[in-house]
Design a binder for this molecule. Sequence first.
Ligand SMILES: Nc1nc2c(ncn2[C@@H]2O[C@H](COP(=O)(O)OP(=O)(O)OP(=O)(O)O)[C@@H](O)[C@H]2O)c(=O)[nH]1
Ligand SMILES: [Mg+2]
Length: 342
Amino acid sequence: MPRTAKKETATSKVATAKPAKPAAKKRAPARKAAPKPVFKTGYVALVGRPNTGKSTLINALLGQKVAIVSDKPQTTRISILGIKTTDKGQTVFVDNPGIHKPLHTLNKRMMNFVYSSLETSDVVCLLIDATEKFGHGDEYVLEILHRVKTPVFLLINKVDVVRKDKVLPIIDHYKDLFPFREIVPISALKGINLDVLEKLLTEILPLAPKLYSDEEISDQSERFLFAEIIREKILKYVTEELPFVTAVYIETIEKKEQADWKKEGETRPVTLIRASIFVEKDNHRKIVIGRHGSLVKQVGIEARREIEEHVGHKVYLDLQVRVREHWRDSEDVLDLIEGQKG
Ligand SMILES: Nc1nc2c(ncn2[C@@H]2O[C@H](COP(=O)(O)OP(=O)(O)OP(=O)(O)O)[C@@H](O)[C@H]2O)c(=O)[nH]1
Ligand SMILES: [Mg+2]
């Protein structure tokens, strides 16, 4: 039976004192050994249909942005780690592409990320969107999860925008379809129930030492992050097939010192980034450029500001929109884009 919430159980399985042997001679009373700290470490795969809020959730859990978010489906294309280290453990969240039936080589690769994350994780969190009706896409997801041996949590996301009485029927429906270990209604956007979720996850993770150093937050390179930031701004402004046919490749990143016109004789750091936006056809290119270059210009302004916040100094961003026919089926272009992750 799945539980919708569970009280925190005592973590006192370790460090129980051994029965004392009779003492040979009288000694000062032994000091009670301090309980050994319990350290839980493991991988938590975030999976679900596109747009269910996996990337929003990983950012909320980490308290900072590691993954881009958009209201268009299939935003995440490559799995990203979000590493959370506390004095109690290290939870490595894995943000995955949305589960869908793949048509292009790009989509097959996206699904391969999901499969390998399902295989290597200690816990799987299936996110569903509480505002969406159950459909074929959800059946497809459950079919895939039935092959998984690891415990699966059901996270009913976006409960901030549904009436409370709508959640119970969703729980009833899902618990008959799959033996979920836990069912937790959450809002990744508003942070509802995330503390409950984290407690439940920590309980189930194995006792193990850290896998990553305390400073590591993610496994992605700065270069990949910049490409993703640019893509996020494009996704904000394009519709229809454009989100699916757009990719960003960072050609060069150059960091240098520039004369500081505010302080005579001094220099300041600047980063120069040249990036290509790939689309599949010339009419896509025209849309992304926009009237008199207005769309790509706006994308450039917003992406540059966010990258500047990240690096902490001035950034010059040069964006070129290029046609790469059928790039979604070109292993070479896909290797190039994936290779940026480092
Ligand atoms: N109201 C509400 N919206 C949410 C919540 N979580 C995510 N969203 C919105 O849902 C949309 C999709 O969010 P993402 O985090 O990009 O979803 P995803 O599952 O990573 O999507 P893919 O990468 O395409 O698989 C965005 O518009 C988010 O703002 C939530 O808890 N409440
Ligand atoms: Mg995502």
